[in-house]
Design a binder for this molecule. Structure first.
Ligand SMILES: Nc1ncnc2c1ncn2[C@@H]1O[C@H](COP(=O)(O)OP(=O)(O)OP(=O)(O)O)[C@@H](O)[C@H]1O
Length: 252
């Protein structure tokens, strides 16, 4: 599905401080409906904090973050979170819930009928490439890391939220499984057309998945653009990431 010109998420003059220490500064960013924006940056550059500002796990110190034109400060937290799926690395699947119960959690909180939840769980397991008959009744400890991450993505999608936040969802996987999940993500995104904010520190992943890439450096958004625009950027942090790419290609 192509992205639209409608803004789904907007950061306007946003800063965020903890104990008077600036974590994010002067952020301005419009995220359009249906696009996958990848936040790329070193560890500690502020990527996860940006996600937290979107689903109101944090409130800006100054400025406004809006979802569908309404400030997160004015949203009912529960309603807001139901519009936003959240998939994170080592996602906290509930260990005493089986796969089906984990995926069906939000639909059951929303009081969907049991038969509808079951149908949705089966649909989602197929969508993320896990055979329902094999996996629905397993518990998280009976899955591999990659399978758990697929369940995490299915759970984030369960109630069909229009916005999806993904924090290193394919981190800590072997490169083959990782590529498989990345390809599946691209395929899914073509079908579903969600607004996705995807966090990574892997420039290859950013290039593969992002409609646009936002490069974070020490709490600042220093470059925002397509892969080609990032490749042409002269910002020192962009050059540092691109040098890694070149080093890998050249074999060190
Ligand atoms: N609760 C907190 N208290 C104090 N400092 C915090 C807190 N949460 C985050 N920070 C600091 O804010 C900065 C940004 O953290 P954030 O988790 O957003 O970075 P990140 O880019 O997602 O890093 P990573 O890739 O390692 O997950 C870091 O310097 C971090 O130490």
């Amino acid at each position: 599905m192509p992205q639209s010109s409608e803004i789904a998420v907007e950061f306007r003059d946003v800063s965020f401080e903890i104990d008077r220490r600036k974590i994010l500064a002067d952020l301005n960013l419009s995220i359009y409906r249906g696009e996958t924006i990848v936040l790329l940056g070193r560890s500690g550059s502020g990527k996860t904090t940006m996600l937290k500002l979107i689903n109101r796990l944090a409130i800006p110190t100054t400025g406004v973050v809006s979802i569908d034109d309404r400030s997160t400060a004015d949203w009912d937290t529960i309603k807001l979170r139901r519009r936003i799926g959240y998939a994170i690395q080592d996602i906290g699947l509930f260990p005493h819930f089986n796969v089906s119960e984990n995926i069906g959690l939000v639909p059951s909180l929303e009081r969907w009928q049991t038969s509808r939840i079951e149908a949705r769980v089966y649909e989602l397991l197929n969508l993320v490439g896990l055979e329902p008959e094999v996996f629905a009744r397993r518990y998280p400890h009976q899955l591999s890391g990659g399978q758990r991450q697929r369940v995490g993505v299915a759970r984030a999608l369960a109630a069909d939220p229009p916005i999806l936040l993904m924090d290193e969802p394919f981190g800590a996987l072997d490169p083959i499984t990782r590529l498989e999940l990345q390809r599946q993500f691209l395929y899914l995104q073509q079908q579903l057309g969600k607004t996705v904010v995807f966090v990574t520190h892997d420039i290859q992943e950013a290039f593969l998945l992002g409609t646009r890439i936002g490069l974070m450096n020490e709490g600042n958004l220093v470059v925002l653009g397509t892969k080609d625009e990032l490749l042409q950027s002269q910002h020192s942090e962009a050059r540092a990431f691109i040098a890694c790419l070149n080093a890998w290609e050249m074999g060190g």
